[in-house]
Design a binder for this molecule. Structure first.
Ligand SMILES: Cc1cc2nc3c(=O)[nH]c(=O)nc-3n(C[C@H](O)[C@H](O)[C@H](O)COP(=O)(O)OP(=O)(O)OC[C@H]3O[C@@H](n4cnc5c(N)ncnc54)[C@H](O)[C@@H]3O)c2cc1C
Length: 290
């Protein structure tokens, strides 16, 4: 399938790219790994006049860990995140989410920035970023702003990013104390599969009690969401199988899945419960390691 015609630009700095977005106007698309954009252009569902590639902007490909903060450039690929020692060590749920995205071929191209901006409810990196309280940096010609990942998604395929903004990096603060996280994805196949349901869980323990807990889920609401109910059930309690079961029930009741060609809403809700229970058990197991 041939691509439609468009003008191509490949700036070398974020500032230059921001300038192009301002100058070229509405019919312009940023190109990162192209695993969504190029597919959509071939299908003729997206027809930009101008395509601004991010591939020559070195700063967007950096993954830096220092002073307890990990900064992941928007153009770091899912494959690089899955392999990164800094991410695997302190953000295991994100490494797992990235490792389960698509196939090796897709992971070598698909960027974390593209995965977030595409805003598919079933995407694999948002739930882990939600449980780690990540932030994203958005830049345009006038300056930059930092937005919490919980406020970034606005609906299926929609985010708060402005037309002339570029997502430049994702910021993660290293969890302090005895913490652990887990991530699970359920699909119909074991590989190259969009999630039917995905769940990430994070726990921080203080003297054997859960001091902080977050459960996030994908593919069961218009955007990836945190489960307030699970957090409330878990906080201040001693970890146990029955506690994790009650938190999993709360997560299932916070989910808002729909019936579609891939599975019924009832099945997805049941799977939220199962995956949450298992992700919490994994998070607890990881918190006890060290
Ligand atoms: C066969 C196949 C399997 C897949 N499997 C999965 C899967 O299992 N899990 C999953 O989550 N996804 C999956 N995907 C979806 C896809 O790979 C991801 O959404 C990918 O991460 C998008 O990133 P990209 O770099 O390819 O973005 P692109 O396609 O380059 O861009 C996507 C959109 O984001 C915008 N954009 C990109 N970067 C930026 C930025 N820095 N700032 C502002 N806007 C930006 C672009 O303008 C475009 O609108 C699959 C795709 C395919 C083709």
């Amino acid at each position: 399938m041939l691509l439609p015609k468009f003008d191509y630009y490949d700036p070398e700095t974020v500032e230059e790219a921001c300038g192009l977005l301002t100058e070229l106007g509405g019919q312009t698309k940023l190109l990162a790994g192209g695993t969504d954009l190029i597919v959509n252009m071939k299908r003729r569902t997206v027809l930009p006049d101008h395509v601004v590639s991010l591939s020559k902007i070195e700063s967007l490909t950096a993954l830096d860990a220092s002073n307890g903060t990990v900064r992941i450039g928007a153009c770091v690929t899912a494959g690089e995140i899955a392999e990164s020692e800094a991410v695997r060590q302190d953000f295991a749920a994100l490494a797992a989410g990235a490792a389960g995205l698509g196939s090796p071929l897709i992971r070598n191209l698909a960027t974390i920035g593209g995965n977030l901006v595409t805003a598919r409810p079933a995407a694999d990196t948002p739930a882990p970023l939600l449980v780690y309280n990540a932030h994203v940096v958005l830049k345009n010609g006038a300056g930059e702003r930092t937005v919490s990942i919980g406020e970034f998604f606005a609906g299926p395929g929609e985010t708060v990013i402005g037309e002339q903004e570029i997502l430049t990096e994702i910021i993660l603060e290293k969890p302090q104390g005895r913490t652990g996280a887990g991530h699970l994805k359920l699909g119909v196949r074991n590989a190259l599969e969009i999630s039917l349901v995905n769940v990430a869980a994070f726990l921080r323990l203080d003297q054997g009690v859960i001091a902080e807990a977050r459960v996030a889920m994908g593919s069961v609401a218009p955007t990836p969401i945190l489960s307030p109910g699970a957090g409330t059930v878990l906080k201040g309690e001693k970890p146990s199988e029955s506690l994790f079961s009650r938190a999993a029930e709360a997560a299932a009741s916070d989910s808002r899945p729909i019936d579609d060609f891939r599975a019924s809403a009832a099945y997805k809700r049941a799977m939220v419960e199962t995956l949450t229970r298992r992700a919490l058990a994994a998070a607890y197991g990881n918190a006890l390691k060290e």
